[in-house]
Design a protein around this ligand. Structure first.
Ligand code: AMP
Length: 224
């Protein structure tokens, strides 16, 4: 599928709203680079060192990592050649301060955001989705124990990797993450609404239906 121009988009919505699943489909369909700050920060934790240790303290508590650290990581990633055809920002920005830093950095390199998709959904759906979410250690593919089970229990359909549950998908941390999300992103949603970039989609809809709805939205907005 040919894009009319690079699509730089932000996926907004609480953990479990289906952003990761849609991102996987969107990058393939529209040849975009997926930038997930959660994934990048988890990689940094795995690498260890001072930074990794500091990050894991915040992340294991379900708190946000300081803005300066996250913004630096994202801007650096967006400056590389493979990001020039368009990106999906997933999990960033999470605060107005991050959104302002992002706008400034994009303007400085002659780019801008084209669309912000807000995945609206209920808390019950989120808790059910997060507690059943399983991820492949090998390729990162996302499964769900009930909604999208692998063919063989705990084994990835694609690469035979072992599936695991994220530490912060366990019930107590999930509740804190949803609370932190709610507090920090309310103003962010307004920020993008005022800029005319916000488009709300139904995060509780089945993945295929939602993907189709996003495709139609892209057509309406002249992005494809
Ligand atoms: P996620 O995979 O998006 O749910 O992110 C997991 C954790 O990484 C969050 O609970 C935060 O601790 C951290 N994190 C990810 N993105 C950001 C961000 N934009 N700002 C601050 N912390 C973040």
């Amino acid at each position: 599928m040919e894009n009319a121009k690079p699509i730089n988009m932000v996926l907004l919505g609480p953990p479990g709203a289906g952003k990761g699943t849609q991102a996987t489909r969107l990058i393939e369909a529209y040849k975009l680079l997926h930038i997930s700050t959660g994934d990048m920060l988890r990689e940094a934790v795995k690498e260890g060192g001072d930074l990794g240790g500091k990050l894991s303290d915040y992340m294991n508590r379900g708190e946000l990592v300081p803005d300066e650290i996250v913004t630096k990581v994202v801007i650096e990633r967006m400056s590389r050649p493979d990001a020039q055809g368009g990106v999906i920002l997933d999990g960033y920005p999470r605060t107005c301060k991050q959104a302002e830093s992002l706008d400034a950095a994009l303007a400085g390199s002659g780019k801008r955001l084209n669309i912000v998709l807000y995945f609206g959904t209920s808390e019950d759906v989120l808790i059910q989705r997060l507690s059943g979410r399983r991820i492949c250690r090998g390729c990162g593919r996302i499964f769900h124990t009930v909604n999208m089970p692998p063919k063989v229990e705990n084994i990835c359909d694609d690469c035979d990797g072992e599936l695991y549950q994220r530490e912060d998908d366990k019930p107590e941390t999930v509740k804190n993450r949803l609370k932190v999300y709610e507090q920090s992103t309310h103003e962010l949603i307004e920020y993008y609404r005022e800029k005319g970039l916000l488009q709300e989609v139904d995060g509780s809809a089945p993945a295929e239906e939602l993907f189709e709805a996003i495709h139609v939205l892209f057509q309406e907005k002249g992005l494809i």
